[in-house]
Design a protein around this ligand. Structure first.
Ligand SMILES: NC(=O)c1ccc[n+]([C@@H]2O[C@H](COP(=O)([O-])OP(=O)(O)OC[C@H]3O[C@@H](n4cnc5c(N)ncnc54)[C@H](OP(=O)(O)O)[C@@H]3O)[C@@H](O)[C@H]2O)c1
Length: 292
C-alpha cells in the first residue's frame, strides 16, 4: 500500500492514476471529505500538516509520497520541517520503509530567488526532513510546471488575443505534470532512485512567446505576445485576480530566467525511458483552461 499526500492536486491526481494502473493499492489523503477520487482508491481524510490526523492511515503502508504544499502553506519554515519529520516518524513507527518527496529544481538557490517561498511554501524544508527521516528516500526536483502558464496568462487569453508579459526572452523547459507524477511513481515502485535528487525539466526550452504561440495553436486562435515593462505586467496579472505574492514570485522568476539560459536536464527521459511530454501536447490537453 502506498500513501499519497496531495492526492487531489495537480501532480497527485496523476500519481494516484499511475499507481492504480500498475496494480498497486493506493491510500489517498485529502482534507476534503467530499473530494472525488478514482474508484479503487482508499480515500482517507486527514491533514499532513497535522501528522496525528494520519496516525491510523499509516497502518499497512510501505511507502509514502510527501507533497510539499500539503505540508501547509504560510507556516513557519521550521514548523514545516518539524511536522514533515513528525509525519515520517509516524510512518516509520508503522513499518513504512520508503518516502518520496516532491521538492523543486531551485531548492539550493538563494532563498530570496525561490518564488514558492513568497507564497509560504517550503520545499527545501520538506526535502530536508525527508532526507533526514531514516527511511529510504528520493527527492524529485521538478522545474517550471506547464500549469504555471494557466496562472500567468489564462485570464488574459480568455479575454483577448494579446498577452502582455514582461521579460519576453525569459525561457524555461516546461514540464507536463504527468511526467512529474510518472517519475514519482517510478521512485515509489523501484529502488534505483534511492538517495537521489533527480532534477526534472520538460524536453525543450521555450521562451514565453513560444509558449503563448503553442497555446494559441491549441485553442485555434492566434495569440500575440506583447512585451511590457515589469509594472505593466504586474498590473495585468493583478487585473486577472492573482494574489500579490504569486505575481511577485512569477515576475522574479521571469527576471532571473531572463539572465540565465533555460535548462534541459534529460533526467525525466532517462528515468522514464521515453521522450518527455511536450508543451504543445500539454496545451492541447488543457485548452479548456484558456477558453471562455
Ligand atoms: N509551479 C512550479 O513551477 C513548481 C516547480 C517546482 C516545485 N513546485 C512545488 O510544487 C508544489 C505544488 O504542487 P501541485 O501543483 O501539485 O499542488 P496543488 O495541486 O496546488 O496541491 C496539492 C494538494 O495539497 C493540498 N493542499 C493545498 N493547499 C494546502 C494547504 N494550505 N494546507 C494543506 N494542504 C493543502 C490540497 O489537497 P486537499 O485539499 O485535498 O487536502 C491539494 O490538492 C508546491 O510546493 C510548489 O512549490 C512548483
Amino acid at each position: 500500500m502506498i500513501l499519497v499526500t496531495g492526492a487531489t492536486g495537480v501532480v497527485g491526481r496523476h500519481l494516484v492514476e499511475l499507481l492504480l494502473a500498475e496494480g498497486v493499492s493506493v491510500r489517498a489523503v485529502t482534507r476534503d471529505p467530499a473530494a472525488t477520487l478514482p474508484d479503487g482508491v482508499d480515500a482517507v481524510v486527514g491533514d499532513p500538516s497535522r501528522p496525528a490526523t494520519l496516525a491510523a492511515a499509516m497502518q499497512g503502508v510501505h511507502a509514502v509520497f510527501v507533497h510539499p504544499r500539503a505540508m501547509g502553506q504560510g507556516r513557519d519554515p521550521g514548523l514545516i520541517r518539524e511536522s514533515t519529520g513528525e509525519l515520517l516518524r509516524l510512518a516509520r513507527d508503522n513499518g513504512v520503509t520508503k518516502a518520496v518527496a516532491m521538492s523543486a529544481l531551485n531548492v539550493d538557490h538563494p532563498l530570496d530567488q525561490q518564488p514558492s517561498r513568497l507564497r509560504g511554501e517550503y520545499n527545501k524544508e520538506v526535502e530536508a526532513a525527508t532526507v533526514e527521516s531514516g527511511l529510504q528516500w528520493t527527492a524529485v526536483r521538478p522545474g517550471y510546471f506547464a500549469t504555471n502558464t494557466i496562472t500567468s496568462w489564462a485570464a488574459q487569453i480568455r479575454h483577448g488575443d494579446v498577452v502582455r508579459s514582461a521579460y519576453g526572452q525569459s525561457a524555461w523547459a516546461p514540464l507536463h505534470e504527468r511526467d512529474i507524477a510518472a517519475v514519482a511513481a517510478h521512485a515509489l515502485l523501484h529502488d534505483d532512485l534511492a538517495g537521489h535528487k533527480p532534477v526534472l525539466t520538460g524536453p525543450e526550452v521555450l521562451t514565453q512567446a513560444d509558449m503563448i504561440d503553442a497555446i494559441g495553436k491549441a485553442i485555434g486562435r492566434p495569440l500575440h505576445y506583447e512585451e511590457v515593462p515589469h509594472e505593466a505586467a504586474r498590473a495585468a496579472m493583478a487585473r486577472g485576480g492573482l494574489p500579490e505574492p504569486i505575481i511577485d514570485g512569477f515576475l522574479k522568476m521571469q527576471a532571473i530566467s531572463y539572465l540565465q539560459p533555460g535548462l534541459v536536464s534529460k533526467e525525466t527521459e532517462n528515468i522514464l525511458g521515453r521522450p518527455g511530454l511536450t508543451f504543445a501536447q500539454w496545451a492541447v490537453e488543457h485548452a479548456g483552461a484558456f477558453t471562455p
